[in-house]
Design a protein around this ligand. Structure first.
Ligand code: SF4
Length: 570
């Protein structure tokens, strides 16, 4: 459709929040709490901002996925009685172990490193928790619109004025079908971007306004399944982390298994997953394959064999740490949560930081709205300057202290696992300094670390044993994720230079998209001279392709509303 010919409905709000994850919902919940308290005191004119939360998933929680061991101090900041109010938790953490895996064996570390001690934390299903928290937000009178994906930001110069939603009812060629509805424009005085890791709106905003931090953001891809196993196999609340095999020494990351609550069949639910850092060099690296191999380790096999896999998902996560956090505010917008790098990679935790970032955004907006009420020139109040208070609040918060104390952790793994572990020891001992002689370790973007084949044949990935019972191919896993997209719509994976795929990329990197995508969206078809086939309806919205494609010609945009995974236990 030619943009000038489209008549778009305009909806006006005071605060537009993009993303109903922990950060976005925390903003909505806390802002409404602050306004309610202000109005109850009746010390000034009442504050009744129109707040809306836009969510691309078909329902709140459908796209939410985390490990997930939650440090409760984030949610407690905005809802001190979160447990009494009935927040769904799987179990309080009962114990930790960290293992160093080798093929077929390995050993338990004699002590758990401080960053991986989880005493006082909770094993949760983040999508169950977020479904519950979404109801709490709605009980406060805040509108949440699921199935409303933001397609583009609306600008006036460099000021963000809101979001244009994705069109619905376009066919594969982009022509309107009988149910065509142009995406409306949702305008707000402030737009809070809580899109999650590698948000598609945030990506464009960071480029347009040069908001990148000192380092580019670096990412990992986490792949996870929830299984139901006999109860005596694994204790509810127990947390086991493992590093090493099946990753080679040049690839970093690691795996976990956490004991959850009771399953639908009366057994124990366990969360099992594996994370691969995306700064790897070998273009045949396949995060999904590593995860499947991880489950065949004797320690995991003994727990999972004979059980049933119930849910699958994948997501990227920001791993760069403090120096990779972008400038979080500007005229009319605030970036929060994973989107803004609120993730402690050394602790493998981000939920508490996401909640806190939402709280800080809510306080910043609340103060600005109060000033706006009495200002002579209200239009200027909700500008970059007043929203810059978000950064000051962050600087004075425990989130800054925590992230600063791990600021050189991720960069230390650039030279491999052993160097990374030595660096991690320095980070722990010296309050965040990576080495005794150097602070502020640099990093390069993940797409730039891939090594060219230089005439070598790309290696075939190792075969998976027990395919169909202990390990699964990508298509079977996607089926378990509940992923659904309307098939007849324009591809939401935009390949900006398709010619590169079958020529330059085949020669130089062997088409790594067929390996790094954990949902088999990219398939190499050996027909004639071969070509790439896209299956966008498989996409679980992890954003790995957008991050790691070496030519940066894959642009992930939001599909039609409601498309994507339908997670229920992750
Ligand atoms: Fe993830 Fe991209 Fe594959 Fe979708 S197409 S599942 S975003 S790698």
């Amino acid at each position: 459709m030619e943009e000038g010919l489209v008549d778009r409905e305009v909806m006006e709000f005071d605060v537009v929040i993009v993303g109903a994850g922990p950060a976005g919902l925390a903003t909505a919940y806390h802002l409404q709490t602050l306004c309610d308290a202000h109005n109850a005191k009746a010390e000034g004119p009442p504050l009744e901002p129109e707040i809306v939360v836009l969510e691309k998933g078909k329902e709140v929680g459908a796209h939410i996925f985390s490990g997930a061991v939650m440090d409760p101090k984030g949610i407690a900041e905005i809802m001190p009685d979160w447990k009494e109010q009935g927040a769904p938790i799987e179990a309080e953490v009962t114990g930790d172990e960290v293992w160093s895996f080798k093929e077929g064996g390995g050993k338990k570390l004699p002590f758990t490193p401080p960053s991986l001690r989880n005493h006082g934390c909770y094993v949760v299903s983040l999508n169950k928790l977020i479904r519950w928290f979404g109801e709490k937000v709605e009980e406060k009178g805040v509108a949440i619109f699921p199935g409303f994906p933001g397609r583009e930001l609306v600008y006036e110069g460099n000021k963000v004025k809101g979001v244009q939603l994705a069109d619905a009812g376009l066919d594969k060629e982009g022509k309107p079908k009988s149910n065509y509805e142009p995406g409306g424009i949702v305008q707000g005085k402030v737009t809070v971007l809580a899109e999650g890791s590698r948000g598609s709106l945030t990506k464009g905003l960071i480029q347009k306004l040069s908001l990148q931090g000192r380092n580019p953001q670096n990412y990992e891809t986490g792949v996870k399944e929830v299984w139901e196993v006999p109860k005596d196999r694994f204790e509810s609340g127990f947390v086991l982390h493992a590093m090493g095999w099946p990753h080679p020494k040049t690839v970093t990351g690691g795996g976990w298994i956490y004991g959850m609550g009771d399953g639908p069949g009366g057994g124990r639910l366990v969360s099992v997953g594996f994370v691969t850092s995306l700064d790897y060099k070998d273009p045949s690296t396949d995060p999904h394959r590593y995860f499947q191999l991880f489950k065949t380790h004797p320690k995991l096999r003994a727990i999972l064999e004979g059980g049933e896999m119930l849910d699958y998902g994948a997501k990227s996560l920001p791993a760069g740490g403090f120096f990779s956090m972008p400038k979080p505010t500007g005229d009319g917008f605030i970036l929060i949560g994973d989107n803004a790098g609120f993730m402690n990679n050394m602790r493998l935790k981000g939920i508490h930081l996401a909640f806190l970032s939402g709280k800080l955004a809510a306080e910043t907006i609340f103060e600005a709205l109060k000033k706006e009420q009495v200002a002579e020139n209200p239009a200027e109040i909700l500008s970059g300057e007043s929203l810059a208070g978000f950064r000051q609040r962050f600087e004075q918060s425990w989130a800054k202290t925590e992230l600063y104390a791990t600021r050189n952790f991720h960069q230390g793994f650039e030279k491999g696992r052993t160097a990374g572990m030595i660096n991690a020891a320095f980070v722990t001992l010296f309050g965040g300094k990576g080495t005794l002689w150097r602070d502020g370790l640099p990093s390069i973007p993940d797409y730039a670390t891939k090594e060219k084949l230089n005439g070598r044949k790309i290696p075939e990935p190792p075969k998976l044993p027990e395919l169909g019972s202990l390990t699964f191919d990508k298509v079977t896993d996607v089926f378990r994720s509940g992923t659904i997209h309307e098939e007849d719509q324009p591809s939401h994976l935009q390949i900006l230079e398709p010619d590169v795929c079958a020529s330059k990329c085949t020669q130089e990197y062997g088409n790594p998209c067929r390996f790094f995508c954990p949902a088999q969206v990219y398939e190499w078809v050996e027909e004639g001279s071969g070509h790439l086939q896209l299956n966008p309806s498989n996409c679980v919205h992890c954003k790995t392709c957008d991050i790691v494609d070496p030519y940066q010609i894959i642009n992930w945009v939001t599909p039609e509303g409601g498309g994507g995974p339908g997670y229920h236990l992750l």
